[in-house]
Design a protein around this ligand. Sequence first.
Ligand SMILES: Nc1nc2c(ncn2[C@@H]2O[C@H](COP(=O)(O)OP(=O)(O)OP(=O)(O)O)[C@@H](O)[C@H]2O)c(=O)[nH]1
Ligand SMILES: [Mg+2]
Length: 244
Amino acid sequence: MISIVIPLFNEAENARLYPERLFPIAGPIIEQYGETYEYILVDDGSRDATLDELNKLRERQKSVIVIPHGINKGMGQAVRTGLAHASGNLIIMMDSDLTYRPEDITLLMEAFKNTDADCISASPYKGKDLATEISSPFRLFISKSVNFLYRTLLQDDLTCVSAIFRLYKKKALDELILESDNFEICAEIIAKLILNGKHVHEIGVRVYSREYGESKLNVRKEIINNLRILYKIFKAKYLGRKWQ
Ligand SMILES: Nc1nc2c(ncn2[C@@H]2O[C@H](COP(=O)(O)OP(=O)(O)OP(=O)(O)O)[C@@H](O)[C@H]2O)c(=O)[nH]1
Ligand SMILES: [Mg+2]
């Protein structure tokens, strides 16, 4: 079984689109590979109508499981909650705002079939013109710089550590003790997989700009949180400190 895990915070307009733009696409792709699936939708204390929308989705679609956090705990905690409730042996993690297109689950599945990697990770920087819709040049610059630091420290050729859009073997994740509360969870997961000697395979996937809702990214907070993860990688890789 494949668990599709999606963290949501104030994404009512996007959740409303799932019956049209997510469910008819993701499910059939997964079935083509002979797998069953479930959607684990984690509402992280949204202050808009996200939870109501998710409850409506659950009524229409048996494969939907809704997990409400009650209060806003952060994207990292929502991811951890989603993983704790996932029954699949494979996990597909997605952004709730459909900025990575459900159609591209095919790319994750195909790469997994060909490599049997522990993680297939999407990157808009691996390939030409995949990141053209990332709106601000400032954000692109920061993102590329942070990714450069990760690449250097991890001595790996990954071009993007921050994408949510990935496929994981659940048993590889189960070996990790995840601690991030916010967006840096994506970098934490991939760094820990690499430090544990797991096989991470990156593929180029186009990212689109958000059509509905607002960005929750706080660039300053992001930089600080990523520097903290980079420091932990440094200690683990070069000073032999345990970081699981
Ligand atoms: N559970 C939870 N999810 C969050 C939180 N903040 C953001 N998210 C989700 O994390 C994903 C990424 O957040 P976005 O705001 O889209 O950040 P981004 O992709 O960097 O920015 P844009 O797509 O350009 O707006 C989305 O699925 C959000 O709903 C949060 O506090 N809790
Ligand atoms: Mg987004």
